[in-house]
Design a protein around this ligand. Structure first.
Ligand SMILES: CCNC(=O)c1c(-c2ccccc2)csc1NC(=O)CNCCc1c[nH]c2ccccc12
Length: 350
């Protein structure tokens, strides 16, 4: 079995939505595939009308294959303060032809205001590890955990793009989606996340820094201007988080290269003039180097004046680990591999 479906970005790549077929006859909802959580939850016929603003709703009573999981409930809260909760059914779930008949579909009886106002997002499809699924009293499995044994290969891949549709594939690696080699690194799934350690990172690229300083020649003793560090970064690969949330030291190093940058309390993070030229951000996994172009890190205007823009790299303070969100992942072809015992993450240039 294999599956392939488009990942279409909302404005500013704030999230990527993918069509999913639920039930019989098929009900199509556009879900946010989220490697940072493990609940498949949807707007539903059980969501109060006051909390629905245009979202498609899954109606289990209209599906001949739905079964209520009696006594089961779910309740999830995210670090941005959003939340949702409700009941649980099993039904047929189909993602680009990868199908599982008894997938737990968590119907929302309550969603927080940020989900209500997110009018194109009909729910989330969790792809972190099933150990952090919130269903009680019996925890439910993610779609990937359920279909893994039917897949040609125990993998799913993310090819997210800037401002254009990309692809989520299940069960195979499409060699046309990347260049060079896929470098793999071990995953620590003990917290339920795809947690990895990136071998190093660097801010800017030596040539661009040098040219901006108009050096006529560089004495051999000149320190490398790319502030390249062999400092590792430990964090989670999280398709459900928009930004790259990194250590304060990395943020300071990065934004010190942007003359108009400031860490604004009111804006809730680093902002800069929208016409600023931002340095690239590079990270390495084994022998593979991924470069996030500076323009990807000019995330979005802070307000309608369009003068100040919000950075795509922000602090991971008070999280306890870094989050390599869409800003970091969309520069790469990413392989999420889990044979059930030793999960790995693969990165390739594209
Ligand atoms: C900002 C969203 N990310 C988080 O809260 C988060 C945190 C986290 C924890 C504490 C403080 C800040 C972040 C750890 S893992 C992690 N990752 C996830 O939670 C991934 N799922 C996010 C789902 C999600 C939350 N609010 C949305 C609004 C639109 C679309 C998706 C979402």
């Amino acid at each position: 079995d294999t599956g392939s479906a488009a990942a279409t970005p909302e404005q500013y790549d704030i999230q990527y939505l993918t069509p999913v077929s639920l039930g019989t006859p098929p009900q199509i909802l556009n879900l946010d595939f989220d490697s940072g959580s493990s609940d498949l939850w949807v707007f539903s016929s059980e969501t109060p009308a006051s909390q629905v603003k245009g979202q498609a709703q899954y109606n289990p009573s209209k599906s001949s294959t739905s079964k209520e999981v009696s006594g089961a409930t779910w309740d999830i809260s995210y670090g941005d303060g959003s939340s949702s909760s409700g009941n649980v059914y099993t039904d047929v779930v189909n993602v680009g032809n990868a199908t599982f008949a008894g997938q737990a579909v968590e119907t929302a009886q309550q969603v927080s205001s940020s989900f209500t106002s997110d009018t194109n997002n009909d729910g989330l499809l969790g792809l972190a590890f099933s150990t952090i699924n919130t269903v009680q009293p019996e925890q439910q499995k993610t779609f990937f955990d359920n279909i893994r044994d039917d897949l040609d290969s125990p993998v799913w891949t993310a090819d997210l793009k800037h401002n254009e549709p990309g692809t989520y594939n299940f069960g195979f690696i499409d060699d046309s989606l990347y260049t060079g080699k896929i470098a793999y690194t071990d995953v620590d799934s003990s917290d339920g996340f795809w947690m990895i350690t990136l071998d190093s990172y660097s801010v800017g690229s030596s040539t661009s820094n040098l040219s901006s300083r108009a050096f006529h020649h560089r004495p051999s003793t000149f320190p490398s201007p790319s502030d390249s560090a062999s400092t590792p970064l430990t964090g989670i690969a999280d398709t459900g988080t928009t930004l790259a949330l990194l250590p304060d030291s990395v943020c300071t190093e990065y934004y010190s290269q942007v003359s108009s940058a400031a860490n604004s309390q009111t804006a809730g993070g680093y902002v800069f003039d929208c016409d600023a030229t931002l340095p690239d951000f590079t990270y390495t996994v084994g022998s593979t180097t991924i470069t996030i172009p500076g323009e990807y890190i000019n995330y979005a205007p802070v307000d309608t004046t369009g003068e100040q823009c919000f950075g795509g790299i922000q602090s991971d303070a008070d999280i306890g680990f870094s989050i390599f969100g869409d800003i970091a992942l969309k520069a790469a072809f990413v392989v999420f591999e889990d044979d059930g015992s030793s999960p790995r993450l693969g990165f390739a240039q594209k």
